[in-house]
Design a protein around this ligand. Sequence first.
Ligand SMILES: N[C@@H](CCC(=O)N[C@@H](CS)C(=O)NCC(=O)O)C(=O)O
Length: 221
Amino acid sequence: MPTTLYAVPVSNFCATVRLVLRLKEVAYDEKPPPDGYGSAAYKAVVPTGTVPGLVDGDVVLSESSVIVEYLDARYPVPSLRPVRAPAERARLRWLARLHDGRIEPPLRALFGHVDPAGRDPAVVEAEWRRLETRLAELAAAVAPAPFLAGDRLTLADVPYPATLLLGERMAAALGRELALPPALAAWWRHLRAQPPVAAMLADYAPAVDAWLDAERAEGGG
Ligand SMILES: N[C@@H](CCC(=O)N[C@@H](CS)C(=O)NCC(=O)O)C(=O)O
């Protein structure tokens, strides 16, 4: 039975799982969640009703970070955890967790503010500052060489490309600029140039742009 990824085009978390499937050259089917995410029909398959969801035989998972670790264990080459020392392995998970827990949430808090009709400038200002503060914290915690945790692309890098692209596109829609600290800017340039990352982003960008266009059209109409 083929591996099935339940996903929606605009989700950055789904794009992250697609990137890992691509890095590991795993064949899979992608389906939209039946009746949409959160529906009873989808919860009958993936109990949380969230996307991404992964079904691999008897294995049913949600939460992108867990799906990524599962895929890395199931398809070990190329490894996203090419280190053995507990401290090094923890660092990879820590840097990935900073994405999920600290950097992505301020951006997500602004989804409802892309449509000018629903925009609160004070919230946009506050969340954008929160995003910039957290990117500065990440920059202070790393010395990309050239990837976030050393000379190989790891678990630490994979959640960032989709979110940074989303952030760049949202910045333009919100009249802002996503100004990365210099060390992160160089890392991001290198990361987005990796062929599997570039290919994932090329697929993902049109979905983000279609969403932003639809939001702006709502505001205009
Ligand atoms: N922590 C989850 C977040 C995934 C997430 O927020 N997915 C959104 C779509 S981008 C979703 O399913 N929302 C529906 C819900 O939360 O019920 C992950 O990493 O997979």
